[in-house]
Design a protein around this ligand. Sequence first.
Ligand SMILES: Cc1cc2nc3c(=O)[nH]c(=O)nc-3n(C[C@H](O)[C@H](O)[C@H](O)COP(=O)(O)OP(=O)(O)OC[C@H]3O[C@@H](n4cnc5c(N)ncnc54)[C@H](O)[C@@H]3O)c2cc1C
Length: 420
Amino acid sequence: MRREARAVVVGAGLAGASLIRNLPRALRRPGETLLIDREEEYAFIPLIHEVAVGRVHPDSVRSPIPPLCEDRCEFLKADVTGLDLAKRKLETSSGEVGYEYLVLASGSAAARPPESVAPYFQLFSTLEDALRLRLSLRDAWQTGVGPRGSRERRPGELTVAIVGGGATGVELAAEVVALFRYLRKRSIRSPAVEPRVVLLEATDRLMGWLDAYFHEVAMEHLGRLGVEVRLNVPVEEASERGVRAGDEWLAARTRVWATGIEIPGPIRDLPGDHDPTGRVRVDDHLTLPERPEVYVLGDPALYKVPHRGSLYPTGSVAVQQGPWAARDLGRRVRNSASRPPFQFFDRGYAVSLGPESAVAEVLGVRLKGRAAQALYRSVLLYYLKSRRDRILTGADWAMERTLGRVGFEGVRLEASEKNS
Ligand SMILES: Cc1cc2nc3c(=O)[nH]c(=O)nc-3n(C[C@H](O)[C@H](O)[C@H](O)COP(=O)(O)OP(=O)(O)OC[C@H]3O[C@@H](n4cnc5c(N)ncnc54)[C@H](O)[C@@H]3O)c2cc1C
């Protein structure tokens, strides 16, 4: 079946949803705007490392997409598989969709490891990845502290190797080491082998796209937590037993690949300039230079700020581009003579360093420790889409001390054995 809408928005993530929330009145009438997403619910990605270690319940970061459209647009659950820009139509798993204006806000996927090592790593960029990792960590711990006779003393049983020292790798490493500390406190038996978290980075800097301050604070804090950071070790060899890090063979049962993003199919194939990850160059109005009716927002958009270089793909960029594109669409459908260009307002960035600490630079002010952690949390609560998710996430953080961490029930059972 062929469908038509004046404006078609692909992706109900941070960019797409913030556009829909700010949709101009003229595009809110029935039949004017169609939102397409391949899922019926959105998972808030910036908190998945906390889901992986059981500090946040998966339901707290999920929100249904259809209510976003109430009184604003129609929703179609479909996978967009192809684009025909000349004919102004999309190929989707539910048939063709025609448009006058198209907004591509379909996000990114995790960069994959080279084929030779791919089978030996878990990826880390979706809620499903986080739940898979939670399971791996729980299994590793339960084997590590299992009854004496059954204890496998395999080297690396409780070693977690994380490849990629970007913000994702740093945040995950800090959370996993804090998880091991938490589990130690709650378990009757000590683990048969010493838990280790090793962060492997190919370059000489953690979070190289951020100011050197982030690297310095993270190196110092991760060291204090007990994370082993190895710089200048591009990982090119691995097996189901471990990873080669430079000259060293590191036995590791749990291996995570977190080296950044890549842009999938339909956007990668768009005409125009692309960077190596597949992001496509957009102009001052966030549209394709040769196709002013096609906007690209969020992670897939390669937007160059004058005198500064391209914006890094982050949530804070996506939530500024969505509302801006909504206003620009409003001007176009009203035939307004003035269309000011997109301007990015750099509020700064915050990176979590475990439950108790973070590092941030906000409006030129540098912060670290608990103050930065409080700021980090308030930014994430602000980005979370619904009031329900904000309350649930806040409650998960508050209740961790009393109710324990979700997903590590086996360990809690063990703790109750201890008290009986
Ligand atoms: C582990 C992790 C931690 C992060 N932490 C932070 C942080 O602390 N702060 C920060 O600012 N940023 C953070 N980011 C980055 C941030 O999550 C992204 O930059 C942001 O989500 C991008 O928004 P988006 O709208 O471009 O895409 P998304 O939010 O990913 O939304 C894309 C949407 O498009 C849909 N979609 C995709 N392909 C198709 C298709 N073919 N057809 C139909 N629908 C499709 C998807 O289902 C999804 O709903 C983190 C990222 C990761 C992986």
